[in-house]
Write a protein that binds this ligand. Sequence first.
Ligand code: 13P
Length: 255
Amino acid sequence: MRKPLIAGNWKMYKTINEATKLVGGLKKELVDFNGVDIILLPAFTALYYVFQAIADSNIQLGAQNLHWEKEGAFTGEISPIMLKDCGCEYVIVGHSERRKYFGETDEVVNKKTKTALNVGLMPIVCIGETLEEREADKTMGVIEAQLSGAFKDFTADEIQGIVVAYEPVWAIGTGKNATPDQAQEVHKFIRGWISSHFSGEIAQELRILYGGSVKPNNIKELMQEQDIDGALVGGASLDVLSFSQIVKGAIAEKK
Ligand code: 13P
């Protein structure tokens, strides 16, 4: 049984003060709620404050990006060791916004994912097609290329415990989420790919999150799908009520 996982990607929102307030509210709403793994992914500047605020709670911390080197002359970058130092256990790799605005390629995603694992950070590897690609019937080809790129030269041991997030680019921040059927089709494909490249057992344990306009009113039907194990939430994770409703809604009977 894969434990549901709900992660809140705060993107470039929340000052330290706003972040600690949000955590305070979430802790109250979600106290003793242990059926779902809950991860917050604040901006770098708020990481350590959020780490302190979630101490002794059921909430875990992650970052939105990392550099692939552990240290060096890389002005403006953040090392994975520094993220661990701030209390992070997870890190997002290859978000579509990083691919689109900052030129991250599958090769970069591969290097970052390897480094994250080397230092003991659990990567949440993001993949997903654009609207143009979906309309041209290229979705599975794009997903396959992103998986092969991200996990190039990975061993079965390395892939174990990793999290994959399927985020169709056309559904991010648009209010237009993929239907549960559309998401399930891609999630099933991802699990099948992992099964054929690593093992059936690893594929069965792999948690695959859906991301793209997840809200309290669509989480339940998404979670009913066999291969949807949780969500990577953007906009709706910035508010105590909507994020805690999503976390609570993540426990659903599978179809
Ligand atoms: P929205 O939930 O705002 O669509 O963002 C999704 C996302 O990009 C999470 O990483």
